[in-house]
Structure formats: structure tokens, C-alpha cells
Design a protein around this ligand. Sequence first.
Ligand code: CDP
Ligand code: MG
Length: 680
Amino acid sequence: MDAASALDRASVREQDSGLADFSVASYVDPEQSTRLPIYRHRNELLYLVEKHGVVIVVGHTGCGKTTQIPQYLRNAGWASDGRQIVCTQPRRVAATSVAGRVASETRTKLGEEVGYAVRFEDCTHPVHTQLKYTTPGLLFRECMRDPLLTRYSVVMVDEAHERGVYTDLLVALLKKIRKMRPDLRIIVSSATMDAEAFARYFDPHYQGASTDTVAICSLEGRTYPVEIAYLANATPNYVDAAVDAAWNLHLTQPLGDILVFLTGQDEIQVAMQALHDRYSALPPGSLPMLLLPLYAGLPPSEQNGIFLQAPRGTRKVVLATNVAEASVTIDGIVYVVDTGFTKVKQLDVASNMDILSVVPASQAALAQRAGRAGRTAPGKCLRLFPQTQLAHLPKGPTPELVRCELAPYLLQLKALGIDNLARFEFVPPAPNPDAMASALTYLASLEALDDHGRLLPLGERLAEAPLDPMMARALLYSAQVGCSEEILTIAAMTSVSSPFTKFEYGPTMDVHAEVSRRKFATEEGDHLTLLNVYNAFVHPRVGQHSSKWAAKHALSYASLRRACAIRAQLAKYVTIHWSLPLCSSEDSVLIRKCLVAGLFKNAAQRMDDGRYESVHHHASLYAHPSSVLFTRAAPERWVIFQEVTQTTKPMMHDITVIDQSWLLELAPHYYQLQRSAKRF
Ligand code: CDP
Ligand code: MG
């Protein structure tokens, strides 16, 4: 997943992009790139890359690192021997849109000389591609097939300061690979990170001056001053405060676009609606306002406006997640409204689950956001919290690796042949040993590792599959018991953003959407409901893959289309890599049992007060309002769920009703252990 994963609804659910289609259409004058601040550093940069194995590049956002460096390298011949230059972007949306931009700058067709590869989508040419943008997760996985990454002459790890799991793991692997491949060039780039710490990671002797191994290249960027204002008092509701702030800026400030930072798609929808509702109250003679959302799962049809200039005399107001913080640059922003929050995936130690939570953004992230206002002219940034709070915020983001569930990543490291994880050189700080130990225990209960932590054949299969190991196990099991067609569909549907687009937003709930959703709902829960939706969409006499049908039922056509594409890829994977025939069954017990075979760790029991209690440590959980089980209580008390997010309280998404006995039947290792250890 592409923390591949910015974290809208979607550390687990990956996010759709499609921006590339847009970027190709808009031709960019290549001359323009010579005016970027980075252009002056081109020769210095090329010299450093020639002389040193590792170059750490630091420069302001927008100075041209992502789009220009790979082009400079290519022009200098780094891709002339058939090998490629690859650049990783933590988010799919950035990888695809930047590739489109660079193809346009080089006047080539996307997918030829310049391409991208993201999970389930490869837009590269086997021979012609010289520059490839991809996600760190995908490149990390590629090491399973090609442990020394021999296809590449240069690997550029971009946005390293964000410290995403796969970025960190990739950097650590690259350090290992370099020992065997001194010809490989590594570039680690970012906007604000602690460059010296990275330099010391690659060469402990680094003391400020270049060593044989590593050099730092600092690119000064041109930015304009940004005036920063704070609220006098903390606000009880930052979404409302953001709406007020954007509205007031619009009424009082001269022309210039506004960028509002919120934490997720749901908040963006609420804020859009609120601004839209006020629109009729706009005083006569005011500027028209063009409202645009930007989040990682935005359907392609809605992405077009973001990079375009607003019509003359109109103010563009972009409501965005932290996607707009560094990886996607929007020109023309003069005002930034910053709620000061961000959504991250965090391991909840009590329940041993990853939970998506809204937390205060770090000082580095705030500085980065404010900087977005000063790219083309002096700007203003309004922070929706008191200035006194600033000192209490963390300096930089906590590395994802020290706060997330480690099991999927440790499994992949094992599959890469890294047996002794204690000796693996993680980019500091290394994950907590207790968290590592509990992840290894869980992997043993998945039967991915043996009791000594050695990789089992099943573990190898799970690690290689392009799915989270839990879903991969469900799929593998389903192929053996006769319903892989159904689990394929469920795996695809749970990895795209929810098809019930119009649904989730409580107070502004769309009645039509809810009525329509009930047509598909089953009392067994969300997974089977998603299966029904998909089956109806692809049915030759019902949905016929049509966008009209999707619209009529208030379903996201983009999500359904993408689910179809992912499903096809997964089906190919099952038949080719696992050599298993596809099979189908309508037996809902069988289908749910397969889900238990994968998701058994995420089990919970409904209490009399309507709450759920997780199997682990009896943490309190609640059904998310988007779940079909939010309003109905099935007679059975036990459920499994796909993921948990937390805003006010921890809420389960994609819930399925199960029979308690299935847990013991399908995950005996795990539940017998649990049972002997504690109440079950
Ligand atoms: O990576 P870095 O933040 O240093 O900059 P970049 O992404 O390479 O962007 C360089 C310039 O290209 C900026 O002025 C962007 O506004 C522009 N750009 C764009 O207009 N459209 C894109 N899809 C990507 C970049
Ligand atoms: Mg960049």
C-alpha cells in the first residue's frame, strides 16, 4: 500500500490516481525548467553523483528536485547502457502525476522514455523506458525478484524526510546493496530532513565534509516571505474554523488562491459542502470562488482543475490533505489555512492494531505547509491554533516504522533473506524490540514463519503477493476451498476507496445514497455487501460496467472501475504465481470463513451496550457509521474487521459477522495461545 500510503482512508486501502492522464494532455515548455532554482546546481549535482555513491539532496519544495534531477541524470548518460534511473515517491498520486509532467517536459509519450509503475499498474516500456517513477513499496518488493536491483543505475529516494516505512526500508536495503554493487548510485532527497543524519547513516565517518561514500548537495530555493498568523484560542472544531478562515480570507483578501490543509477525505467533503452552502450569501461584487478537493483517492475526473489556473477574476480554493504538503505542488497559492493536524497510522499497543488517528502535525510539516503560500509571491498562512502550542509539537514526523504494525514489513524482510532482523541496519531509530517480537509471534500464527522465526513456504507466498499478508492468506485459503472468485472480488473492493462515496458523512447524509446502499446490504456485513455491489456492477444485465448505473445507485464509478482492474491483476497472480485454478461458490459461510483465515487477528465481540471488544486486550471498538452493522445488530456477536480508524473513538471499517468457533478452527495457533494466556 502506498503510505504507499498517505493516509486518507487508506493506509490499507490504496488510493487511486489517474492524474497522469491530465498531465500528459497539458504541454509544458521545456525551457521553463531552466528557470527553476535547481538548474544552476546541475553541474555540481552531476559531479557529486559521479564521484560519490550516495548524494543527499536538500532543497525547498518546488525547486525542481523530483522533476529535474532524473532528467539531468539521463541527459548525462546514466541511462544510456539500458539501465534505468528510478525515482520513488511515497504516494501513487505523486508518482503518476510527476511522470506525466516529466513526459510532457521531454515531449515524449508517457510510458515510453518516461514511465511510472505503481501497484497494479505498470506504465513503462520494457526497452525504451529510461526514467521511471514508482513507489518505495514497489521498488522494495522488486528486490525479491532482483535482490541487487541490477536494472537500475541510479535510485533516487524522494521525500525521505517523511520517514514512511517503505522509504526507510528501501534506504536500508540500498545501503546493503551498495556493498555488493559499488557502481549503483543513490540519491536521497527531501525538503527539510536532517541531511547530516542520513549522511552519517551511510557513512559513520561523515563529519560535515564529503567523504568517499557520501556528499550533501544543498540547493537554495527561491521563496517569498510568508506572514504567519495564529488563533488567539484553541478551536473546538478545526473543520468549522478552517471553513470560517477560508471564507474570511476570500471576503477580505486580494486575489490569490487559498490552500486549506485538512486531514482526510471526509473532512474535505464536509468543508466543501459548508463553503458551498455559504456561497449564496456571497456579497454582490465579490470574486467568484472555485472549490476544489485534493486527496489521494480523488477520482481522476475531479483532479483536472487542481493544476489549472482559475479563470480570470476567480479565486481557487483547494481543500487538501497532506498530499499537498510536499509531493504535489500547486502554483498560485498565496494563502494557506492550516488546521495543524494530520492523519497517521499508529500502532495501538493495547489492542495491537494499527489505527488511523488524527494527531498534531510536526513543526517541520507546519513549516512546509506555510511555505506553500510563498512559492510565487509573498504569502500568508493562518494557523488555527494558538502560537503557544507550537513549542509543544514534535520537531519532525515520527518515523512510521517505529509506530506501525511491523508484521507485513518483517515478513518481507525475511523473504528478502534477511534472517537476523536484530542485525539489520534500520535507518535509526530501529523499531522497538517488543514490537518486533510480537510481530514475529503473529507471523508464526499466520504460519508464515516457524517458531524459530524462519520463513516457511506459506510465508514466502504471502510476502510475494501484492496484498497485505492477511488478505493474501484469505485468498490463498479461498483458492483451496472453492471460493477464490469471491475473495478476489472482496480483496479488490477493500483495496480501493469506498464505492459508497456519497455515504459516509453523517450530518449531511444523502438519503438517496443510503436507500440505494441498502439494496446491496446483507446482514452478514460489509465484505459481502461489497461483493454484492461488485457483482451487480459487472453483471451483464444489471450494471454492465456502466457509469450511468453507478451514478444511479450513488456508487463511485472510479472506485468500481479500479476494483475491476485490481481484481483482474490479482486473478492473474493467483493463476500464474500460485498455479491455482479460480473457483466460485455462493456459500456465504465458506466466504466468511476464508476472511477469518486471513483477518483472524482483527476479531471483536459485541457487548450488551452495543460496543465491541477486541480479542486483544479487550479494547473498546465501535462500528463505523459507514458499516452496514452500524445500525443493525446481527444475532451473532462475533465479528472480524478490516481496519480501525480513530477520530473521536476507535471505529472498525469493513466488518463481517462470524461464528466464534471459526476462530479456533481457522487460526488454532493464534487462538489456542490466546486462550491459554487469557480469557477468550
Ligand atoms: O521536487 P520539488 O519539490 O523540488 O519540485 P518539482 O516537483 O520537481 O517541481 C518543479 C516545478 O515544476 C514546480 O514549479 C512545480 O510547480 C512544477 N510542476 C508542475 O507544474 N506540475 C507538476 N505535475 C509537477 C511539477
Ligand atoms: Mg518533489
